[in-house]
Ligand binder design. Structure first.
Ligand code: G6P
Length: 613
């Protein structure tokens, strides 16, 4: 959801900015731009579309022989105004001396814009961001200090903003500002960096300062001073991050998505062994006392968005099944606009791969204000959401680059499964012997995921066979309704196919009207489920309407007349089936999109980290 970078130092500014933006491309790719500041003035280079287009614009201008020592850059996920060069950042002041990039949304930009227009400012874009430039410029003309002008201007802004700001008359510094949008400073030797996220700094520095909300940094070549918005100097720790370069490289895979699918067995294996030393022992989480977590709790609510929301739906079944606690699941964007009965007897669990999803952060903040205990599951324990949590369960799936989530989903499911088992172990009325078979089976899961990945040729063939269809149904029952939703979401996201999932029993109440021989159906049929027979009946009903049927199953069902194709999945219990069935669904979507030659890692209109509500 927009990525920003900044650099001040003696190395090639344009190259550093471009490589930083490359690693942030998962945050948006509607346009890209950089601004360079040197003694000749500020130059802005912008291009519509992907970063590659900007690289070509820059190449054509032959800027490499200039003595530039500072610059800022941006990649955009459009909010205010279409994807165009005019709306691309960086945005310049009317006198061409002040320039900035922005991630976030300014909610009161309309009033400020009207006021600035009355005062003679000219706007050249439809963005909310341009308002900030003119506002700071106006204040600069009043106080002649970039820092003071920034502090005055941001006090007038409502909304979310991470900013990098440069002024030609103060070319010794870049000012970085953070409020409700992530921003970090990379500390180097005689050079410093600013970025929305750590991947932009990999290979450049390992020393990082995390800015918090309502903080700004005055970043010079040889110093970084962090202040609160009221001007107080803060003593911020410099942390060391250790992320290898290959964490963000494809390592020979065609796409990040398939690389990340292949990483899943290892991630699951590591997570299980971290928390469960043997099936006979209790499950443990570092820094989470499970007894304390569920003490005096009469309800659990799980809040998330997108793929993380599907993990939440699976967890609802798991926890209710094992722990007999009432669990509700809420899309964060809905949670924040309705009355909810959260109180100090509620455990609110937030799930967010990035930890930066604005809706989830706002919802969790609200739950906390109502007195709930907060547990966060995230792949980024250094992210913004964590500051609202009493308990944090890190997913340790490694950096996920593909916009379509895969490994983080499987890591979420594994963590939630372990959590539900751990909570059940602490319940007075649970017999530990009942949990033993699940724990034993869990140990086999990584190998079963490997088996699915090894058999991907069959899945590929099947995906290629159906790639001419424009619509798809995914059907399931029970705990796998969310699995079907996630499978359909994957296909939708990367293939642009109208894929919809339904609880199979609901088919007859409406969606069945859409069935004919142009509607393939992928049916999830875990054999040991209570609803296996009912699922088969629903498939028969669909067949009678001439729909094409694909069975994804671990059963030996020999129903050639019913199913056109079968994707076989290893033997697994219904309880753990979501953790396994999601993998062939990911592969199906991947090969489907790949056979259509689509841009799998960066599907249109999407961004990996959605930092606006
Ligand atoms: C975006 C991404 C999805 C993701 C969702 C929630 O929409 O494209 O893949 O599931 O945000 O993200 P989170 O980081 O909170 O899990």
């Amino acid at each position: 959801m927009c990525g920003i970078v900044g650099y001040i130092g003696n190395n090639a500014v344009d190259e550093i900015l471009l490589s930083g933006l490359k690693s942030l491309e998962y945050r948006g790719y509607d346009s890209a731009g950089i601004a360079l500041n040197d003694n000749q003035g500020i130059d802005v280079f912008r291009a519509k579309g992907k970063l590659q287009n900007l690289t070509e614009v820059i190449k054509a201008k032959h800027i490499s022989n200039r003595q530039v020592s500072q610059g800022i850059g941006h990649i955009r996920w459009a909010t205010h105004g279409e994807a165009s060069i005019e709306n691309a950042h960086p945005h310049l002041s009317n006198d061409g001396k002040l320039v900035l990039v922005h991630n976030g949304i300014i909610e009161n930009y309309k009033e400020l814009k009207d006021e600035l227009i009355k005062q003679g400012y000219h706007f050249f874009s439809q963005t909310d961001t341009e308002t900030i430039v003119h506002l700071i410029d106006r204040e600069y003309k009043r106080v002649s200090s970039l820092e003071q002008a920034v502090i005055r201007a941001i006090s007038m802004l409502k909304g979310a903003f991470a900013l990098c700001i440069m002024h030609h008359d103060e070319a010794d510094k870049i000012i970085a500002v953070r409020k409700n949008a992530p921003l970090i400073i990379g500390v180097g030797k005689n050079e410093n960096f600013i970025a929305s996220d750590i991947p932009a700094l990999i290979g450049k520095t390992q020393a990082i300062i995390h800015l918090e909300d309502n903080e700004l940094a005055i970043v010079k070549k040889d110093s970084v001073v962090v202040k609160s918005f009221d001007g107080k100097i803060l003593n911020k720790p410099v942390e060391t991050v250790n992320i290898a370069q290959d964490a963000i490289s494809k390592q020979g895979y065609k796409h990040f998505m398939i690389k990340e699918i292949n990483e899943q067995p290892q991630i699951v294996r590591k997570m299980i062994s971290t928390h469960m030393s043997s099936p006979q022992q209790s499950i443990r989480f570092e820094n989470i006392d499970i007894e304390e977590l569920i003490e005096n709790i009469d309800k659990i609510e799980i809040i998330a968005c997108g793929t993380s929301l599907h993990a939440a739906q699976v967890a609802q079944y798991m926890i209710e099944d094992l722990c007999n606690i009432n669990v509700t699941v809420e899309a964060a964007s809905e949670y924040i606009c309705k009355k909810h009965l959260t109180n100090n007897k509620t455990l609110s669990i937030g799930i967010s791969q990035s930890g930066e999803t604005a809706d989830t952060i706002t919802a969790i903040k609200q739950a906390k204000e109502k007195g709930a205990k907060i547990l966060i599951l995230t792949n980024r324990p250094d992210s913004s959401i964590v500051r609202y949590a009493k308990y944090v369960l890190p997913l340790n799936a490694g950096i996920e680059v593909s916009v379509a989530a895969t490994k983080s989903y499987t890591a979420q499911l594994t963590a939630l499964c372990l959590l539900s088992l751990a909570m059940a172990e602490k319940q007075k009325n649970t017999n530990p012997e009942q949990l033993l078979p699940i724990k034993q089976e869990l140990l086999m899961l990584p190998t079963k995921i490997e088996e699915v990945i090894y058999s991907s040729t069959t899945i590929k063939k099947c995906a290629e066979k159906y790639n001419g269809y424009k619509n798809f149904f995914y059907l399931a029952r029970g705990i796998n309704i969310a699995t079907a939703q996630e499978g359909a979401l994957k296909l939708k996201e990367i293939s642009y196919i109208n894929a919809n999932s339904y609880a199979a029993g609901e088919l007859k109440h409406g969606p069945i009207a859409l069935l004919d021989n142009n509607m393939p159906i992928l049916a999830l049929l875990p054999q040991h489920s209570k609803t296996f027979e009912k699922m088969l009946s629903n498939c028969e009903e669909a067949r009678a309407r001439h729909a094409h049927l694909i069975a994804m199953t671990n059963s030996e069902i020999n129903k050639k007349e019913l199913f056109d194709d079968t994707i076989n999945v290893p033997e697994i219990s219904e309880f753990l089936s979501p953790l396994l069935f999601s993998v062939p669904l990911q592969l199906f979507a991947y090969y489907f999109a790949d056979s259509l030659n689509l841009d799998i890692d960066q599907p249109r209109n999407l961004a990996k980290s959605v930092t606006v509500e």
